[in-house]
Design a protein around this ligand. Structure first.
Ligand code: ADP
Ligand code: MG
Length: 240
């Protein structure tokens, strides 16, 4: 599949009197692993949800491959999102969880089986296909959530703090797995985190977000070498 670029133009979003996104303008390149780094409450999840089509409609434009998606429902946007809480269906097996999104999209049954198996194989969990989520470790559950999302073959992968519920050692391992999966699929990926090391070690480029405003955008090296303000310097230096 052709790699998708994303352009965000003058994006604003408020909840009542609270401005959460205060004019986001930026571009994410086709095939890029892009990280949004920012403290809790900076608007990271709201921005990701706006791209996915969840929550209130923001002002401004979101274009994927030049096409404005703001008025499309989530399932027509060609984006797949993985959440911090894996949100697997507890009453379904691993296989059924991964198949669910394809059934929802009314894919013919004969095609679903092979797609589910390919997705589970990709994350190394084919042998656990008949297990229930409760019989899996946290890392395995997160791999199922990933498989479920890549099975729908999105153009864009959105990851909202997908590793933050895992213990430290597993987080480092999953970070590598995530990156290798992304490289293999060449999937334009937006990764949200409050962990500067996680952003630094995974991303091609990153943006530091604070108060719904992008403070700085560039390669991890550029941000570390030449932070534009005290917030960026402090956040990269002290946050973990
Ligand atoms: P982050 O993911 O960076 O921690 P969020 O995007 O979740 O930040 O939230 C940014 C701000 O928007 C917070 O102040 C939060 O309280 C507020 N917010 C998020 N969702 C809602 C909502 N549905 N209703 C009201 N306020 C919200
Ligand atoms: Mg969040």
């Amino acid at each position: 599949m052709k790699k998708a670029g994303i352009r965000i133009e003058d994006l604003h979003l408020s909840f009542g009197d609270t401005t959460v996104l205060a004019g986001i303008d930026m571009e994410i390149y086709p095939g890029e692993f892009f990280a949004f780094l920012g403290p809790s409450g900076s608007g990271k999840s709201t921005l990701l949800r706006a791209i996915a089509g969840f929550g209130p409609r923001p002002k401004g434009r979101i274009l994927i491959d030049g096409k404005d998606i703001a008025d499309l429902p989530p399932w027509k946007r060609n984006v797949g999102m993985v959440f911090q809480s894996y949100a697997l269906w507890p009453h379904m097996t691993v296989r059924q969880n991964v198949a669910f999104g394809l059934e929802e999209r009314r894919m013919p049954r004969a095609q679903i089986g092979p797609k589910v198996e390919a997705a589970l194989d990709l994350v190394g969990l084919l042998h656990l296909a008949e297990r229930m989520p409760s019989q899996l470790s946290g890392g395995q559950q997160q791999r199922v959530a990933l498989a479920r999302t890549v099975a729908i073959e999105p153009q864009v992968l959105l990851l909202d703090e997908p590793l933050s519920n895992l213990d430290a050692a597993l987080r480092v391992q999953m970070r590598r797995e995530l990156l290798s999966l992304q490289r293999k699929l060449g999937l334009t990926t937006i990764f949200v985190t409050h962990d500067q090391e996680e952003a630094n070690t995974t991303s091609d480029r990153m943006a530091v977000l604070d108060g719904g405003v992008i403070q700085q955008i560039g390669t991890p090296q550029e941000l570390y070498d030449t932070p534009v303000n005290g917030f960026v310097a402090g956040f990269l230096g002290t946050a973990n």
